[in-house]
Design a protein around this ligand. Structure first.
Ligand code: ATP
Ligand code: MG
Length: 618
């Protein structure tokens, strides 16, 4: 496996961090705006309540003049002034009650809009990631670990969601609350406000430093969680190997050991966090104490009214809690930065694209019925190691080419190139069909024209019928059956209780290797492509069924151009032409008859295999 660490956090590409967030926010923006507005109103209302209490204590209970903006003063005067309220204290209670109710209403609106915004955002992230990943080239999928991609699409996507819907909103709210609290405090008493405000930068600095210090502990916990899920996932998918080799206890011990590490990491982290909260509380408590003592002294001296002291203490406590939250939020935001980069790596990976001057679908369809030609093709999966060296051959339209070769000689690689799962770089030769360079065709046209049974067929956890008819949702049932019949799998499927509606995979039947291969052949046949490739597709089928399938195929194939890769000489014998590959080079080519006496690999293998068959028969 190549080292992709550098590439996987690549920052180049169409999306900047902010650009990607803006893109994801498309569709949920108005909910976020509504949420910010409600948040703003809630904060204002919360800030208003201490003002009402202060005025009540100083001007309704006491006799200080009411200190409020002009329009409120006029309102109070028209109601009968402070004296009126003194006689009707229940009115003051009513005002506070209404304010509290309004707070409730806007808190409700805030949480409603936040959750809708957050869910919409999540949905958009999932949708965009999935559709982008669908369009990424096959080579990208080969280079990146599936587990890692899934983790990026789940945990990292979730972290971006909380970043926007939780942290960004919190920062906004905290700044608002702290800003306004300080404003009211300063407007009441400068000295006391200075004393109170001095604690804020101390607490923020302390919590940011502390958070940064313990961020590696958080990271260790995250990584250890990854280790645990990998063990669990491997054991679930590899359950057969575990059972077959009697490794249950070993695997359990291994899991327990890692689980223990995970637990102790968390215990350690929680211990550190407890220190953090305890010290934070102490600093906060000291600040409150200082404000209370100083405020009381001022109150006794007459530089501060009782109402102001009450309001001051309320604002102070309103400010101190968010200040402590700010440290946490800031450090969590830095974690979100990593997640944004991890998702940006996917979104910035370049999707598979057709050339702008690609030939039309009709031209491609026409061409796909022509000869296939590999012209001096050289290729390596990475630049360091060349796998195919100067390969040239031609398959006449409507004929069958057999490919024989030792394992790892590059047979499947040839087919990957033909299907453009990997693009042949310029200057490394040319692959053409019907005279058209396959790079000049749209990938979809090309692949529609090549029916490919891959060496390791994959079936989805859907019904057998859906698996075979994957090419077209509306494919008639009889076409599916006919294809299955030719692939000699119809009988097996009919024996299942639910026939073609039997589920395949984890929730349904487990097909044998040979059954899977034959289902994959049936699936390819429904494509009715002018070119058909069988990459070692009958390896898990017994020789007799192999022969039966081949004879049924022969009737069907008619005008198709066929490429047959096999290790079995009997499978290849009916080909019109055979090439033999060794270590990425063509070492022999000719008709089966020519090769049987050529003294090369084909002759050696055919003698070995036919001898074995003779023995079996005899
Ligand atoms: N996705 C890949 N990335 C990097 N190297 C690869 C990849 N796929 C195959 N290879 C390497 O390319 C070489 C040729 O592999 P290929 O699968 O084409 O062989 P093959 O002839 O089909 O073998 P077999 O008969 O076993 O199927 C091997 O050395 C293999 O390790
Ligand atoms: Mg192969």
């Amino acid at each position: 496996m190549k080292d992709n660490t550098k590439k996987q956090t690549a920052r180049s590409g169409p999306y900047t961090k902010a650009g990607m967030l803006a893109h994801f926010l498309h569709g949920s923006k108005r909910f976020f705006i509504a949420c910010i507005i409600s948040s703003f109103i809630v904060t204002l209302l919360e800030l208003l309540i201490p003002q009402v209490i202060r005025q009540t204590v100083d001007s309704v209970i006491g006799d200080a003049p009411i200190n409020a903006p002009g329009f409120i003063l006029r309102l109070i005067d028209s109601a009968g002034g402070a004296a009126y309220f003194r006689e009707h204290l229940e009115l003051v209670a009513l005002i506070i009650l209404v304010l509290a109710l309004l707070v409730g209403v806007f808190v409700y609106l805030r949480s409603q809009t936040t959750s809708v915004a957050a869910e919409r955002l999540s949905q958009k992230i999932r949708e965009d990631l999935f559709s982008h990943i669908q369009r990424l080239p096959f080579s990208w999928h080969m280079e990146n670990k599936t587990g890692d991609i899934i983790q990026r699409c789940t945990s990292d996507a979730e972290r971006i969601r909380t970043f926007v819907s939780d942290q960004l909103i919190s920062v906004f709210r905290i700044l608002l609350l702290v800003g306004f609290s300080l404003y009211f405090m300063f407007s009441m008493n400068l000295q006391l406000s200075l004393v109170a405000a001095i604690a804020a930068p101390i607490i923020v600095t302390y919590s940011v430093i502390f958070r940064v210090k313990i961020s590696k502990n958080f990271e260790a916990c995250d990584n250890q969680e990854g280790v645990l899920s990998t063990i669990a996932q491997e054991n679930l998918t590899g359950v057969r190997v575990v059972r077959a080799f009697g490794r249950e206890n070993f695997e359990r011990d291994r899991f327990e050991k890692q689980n223990e590490v995970y637990t102790s990491l968390w215990v350690h982290l929680i211990k550190l966090l407890s220190y953090f909260w305890a010290i934070g509380d102490t600093i906060g408590g000291l600040q409150v104490l200082l404000v209370l003592v100083l405020g009381s002294v001022m109150c006794v001296n007459g530089t501060l009214t009782a109402g102001e002291l009450i309001a001051f203490i309320t604002y102070n406590s309103m400010m101190i809690w968010p200040v402590r939250q700010l440290g946490r939020v800031i450090s969590e935001m830095s974690k979100a930065g990593v997640s944004i980069d991890r998702i940006r790596y996917i979104m910035n990976s370049e999707p598979e694209q057709d050339r702008p001057d690609a030939v039309s679908s009709e031209t491609a369809q026409q061409a796909l019925r022509g000869d296939i030609e590999f012209d001096h093709v050289s290729f390596g999966y990475d630049s360091e190691k060349e796998i195919l060296h100067d390969i040239s051959f031609r398959i006449k339209a409507g004929t069958t080419l057999g490919i024989l070769g030792s394992t790892g000689s590059g047979k499947s690689t040839l087919m990957h190139l033909l299907d453009r799962l990997y693009d042949l770089p310029e200057g490394s030769g040319r692959i053409s069909i019907g005279g058209v360079d396959i790079r000049d065709m749209k990938a979809a046209d090309l692949r529609r024209g090549i029916g490919m049974v891959l060496q390791e067929p994959f079936l989805f956890s859907r019904t057998i019928s859906e698996n075979i008819g994957i090419i077209d949702r509306n494919i008639p049932e009889e076409d599916i059956r006919r294809a299955a019949d030719i692939a000699c799998v119809d009988e097996t499927i009919s024996e299942f209780t639910n026939g073609y509606d039997t589920m395949v995979g984890e929730r349904g039947v487990t097909l044998s290797g040979g059954q899977k291969q034959r289902t994959a052949i049936a699936r390819m046949l429904t494509q009715k492509a002018p070119i058909m490739v069988f990459d070692d597709s009958l390896s898990a089928v017994d020789a007799e069924t192999d022969a039966r399938i081949r004879s049924r195929l022969a009737q069907l194939l008619g005008t198709a151009t066929v490429i047959l890769i096999s290790h079995r000489v009997t499978t290849l014998m009916q080909a019109d032409q055979i090439i033999v590959m060794e270590k990425g080079r063509i070492t022999e080519s000719g008709t089966p008859e020519e090769l049987r006496t050529s003294g090369g690999l084909y002759q050696r293998i055919s003698e070995l295999q036919l001898e074995d068959t003779d023995k079996e028969v005899g």
